[in-house]
Design a protein around this ligand. Structure first.
Ligand code: MLT
Ligand code: MN
Ligand code: ZN
Length: 304
């Protein structure tokens, strides 16, 4: 199995187009301690030829252009004029940062789009996604707990994690932490190795901790370091938990929750632009690295 981080940032990216928080300001100023990151997505292959895109970010076109393995024409015959190594797409929730890139994949390329029935219902309900013509792009609902093989040699299983509906579907009352089919984690296996990708997770419970015991690699929600960091940065009132993202630090945070698990490698992904782990040399960056975590960056290649 080979895995590439296409985009390591959360929704909005880093820097975010309208943000001048202390950390975005470093990026706007070209400070060498930070590097820009595009929005949340990974690509995975089991055979080195066919790639599964997990989440389709608004930055997908740029991500494809900077990833040689995803270039059109790779592995095509001399007479073929259209084709892509991206053979399938799986979305883990319906958030804008995970589905907007589907629009980039129009052009009648044959693909299969996978997601839970709940997330595919959200996509089906929005006619703009009809640019992915159904006769070219099949939409296949996959239930949690049933492994499937979206590309040759790569087995995938979805499982529910605590989460919520996408921001644009929130009503007056939001059930944050709901276990259903709106927010999923995925287990990836190939060649006897196992990786987990969980870019959004509102809380770490014992069920999740138990599940991850066989992980050679864990890519986990690193949206915020501190639950109230958006407010502290002066850019909003919402906590990480209210956005459906368990913080890294503090009681119940992911750093503590996974500290006693013997996971091969652990990597924070889906990092919000307010998160100080983005800054090399910051106390928070040093803290997560001392606990054995890597901070994902665009283009990071991982072999579990
Ligand atoms: C999130 O993960 O909380 C979402 O990406 C928020 C958003 O859609 O901007
Ligand atoms: Mn997101
Ligand atoms: Zn910012």
């Amino acid at each position: 199995m080979r895995l590439t981080i296409l985009g390591a940032a959360a929704g909005g990216g880093f820097p975010q187009w309208n943000c001048h928080c202390d950390i975005c300001r470093l990026a706007w100023n070209g400070d060498a301690r930070v590097s820009a990151r595009t929005q949340s997505s990974i690509a995975v292959t089991g055979d080195g030829v066919h790639w599964l895109l997990v989440n389709a970010s608004p930055d997908l076109r740029k991500q494809i252009l900077s990833t040689p393995e995803l270039a059109a024409g790779r592995h095509l015959g001399p007479d073929d004029r259209r084709g892509s190594p991206i053979a399938a797409v799986l979305v883990t929730n319906g958030d804008v940062d995970h589905v907007a890139g589907l629009l980039t994949l129009r052009e009648r390329q044959a693909l299969t789009l996978y997601g839970t029935a709940g997330v595919l219902d959200v996509i089906d309900a929005n006619p703009i996604f009809n640019v992915l013509a159904r006769d070219a792009v099949a939409r296949v609902a996959v239930p949690s707990g049933t492994p499937f093989e979206p590309v040759p040699g790569l087995e995938v299983e979805l499982f529910p994690v605590p989460g919520k509906v996408p921001l644009y579907l929130e009503g007056d009352v939001v059930d944050v932490g709901a276990m259903g089919d709106m927010t999923t984690g995925i287990r990836l296996t190939a060649g006897g190795r196992t990786a987990y990708y969980i870019p959004g997770c509102a809380a770490v419970d014992d069920r999740l901790r138990d599940r991850l015991r066989d992980a050679d690699l864990l890519l986990f929600d690193g949206t915020v370091f501190t639950d109230d960091e958006m407010a502290a940065a002066g850019v909003g009132a919402k906590t990480g938990r209210r956005m459906g993202h368990v913080p890294i630090s503090g009681a119940g945070g992911s750093l503590d929750a996974f500290s006693d698990l013997s996971i091969g490698a652990r990597v924070y992904v889906h990092i919000n632009n307010t998160n100080p782990i983005l800054v090399e040399g910051s106390a928070e960056r040093d803290c997560v690295e001392a606990e054995g975590w890597m901070v994902a960056h665009d283009g990071l290649e991982l072999v579990p």
